[in-house]
Design a binder for this molecule. Sequence first.
Ligand code: PMV
Length: 361
Amino acid sequence: MTHSDFSGTRLISAISDPVVVTWQSPSNIALVKYWGKTGRQLPLNPSLSMTLAKAFTETRLTAFPRRKEGSVELEFWFEGLQNRAFGERMTNFLDSVNDIFPWLGQVALKLETHNTFPHSAGIASSASAFSALALCLCSLDAEFFGIMLDENEFRFKASYVARLGSGSACRSLFPGFTVWGSSRAFPGSSDLLAVPVPDVHPLFNTLRDTILLVNKDAKPVSSSEGHSRMTGHPFAEARVKQAVKNTAQLLEALKTGDKQTFIRIVENEAFILHALMMTSDEGFMLMHAETLRIIGRIQHIRKETGLDICFTLDAGPNVHLLYFEGQNEQVNKIIVEDLLKNNEQNMRIDDMLGSGPMKLD
Ligand code: PMV
């Protein structure tokens, strides 16, 4: 598979009426982390994620007739307001996928989007935003040309397109667990797009993720800056090997229902991500003192109680607490009485394993 497999065609004649498509698409949290990229948004290492259920972006894309062709013409609305900064990022992205959708300069676009979760809340909004937009673009393409891709082909194409907007977004196209990045442990995996993990023990279908919000401020170092600090990183080679191994072991644990291996790898990956940040040439730290307290408590409580709880972190200070549905009540008590005890606003987002994007009318 190459980029040219996805190149599209121009409209033969201009559209005469507006065409509207709407998708909702979830965010995802990486369990094996993608950190560092090369080429056109290709990952240095394979990653494996859990698709979330409640944290999603809803995006409506309208293509209007346009008299004169030209560069991308986009009006961007976020949460009911026009937003120039986000609009610019989206316009740049649309410019970059002009070869896949050569009709982009033949229509005028209006993009309206809103999230079910607060911006900068430790949930990757770029993952849900770019996957929703990619789905809308693929849907418009299908409507313009009457293309009938089967469900899988359609999602793979959307995953390819989403990756070009934000790497982690390509993993949001599928239900359950997803792998992005070629890995020998998973035939069919690719650097170009993500693929769903088909073989998962039912135990993991009840996985929950409560996000404990430590801080909502903008991060001092963005993810794209963080990725670039992996270039020439002294531990880069070892990291790739380790991610390959962790992906293989986590796939096996998901298949066999091995919770202990799952916990070990998930926490190892969270620590590695932040260790790579701290040990990059221009080191930086995104964890706060409260992040350290919470993860220390999670590990301690697990040892004391035997509960199957563990944590993961995104590129930020907020803690994702992972646990299983059967232990809801006990875990909730721990969250309220201990993990959130210093959190005056009791800021948490309760999420769980999700079933992937959905087309809306
Ligand atoms: O997709 P990006 O460029 O926002 O990078 C995401 C990086 C991490 O969230 C830290 C890890 C991951 O695999 O999602």
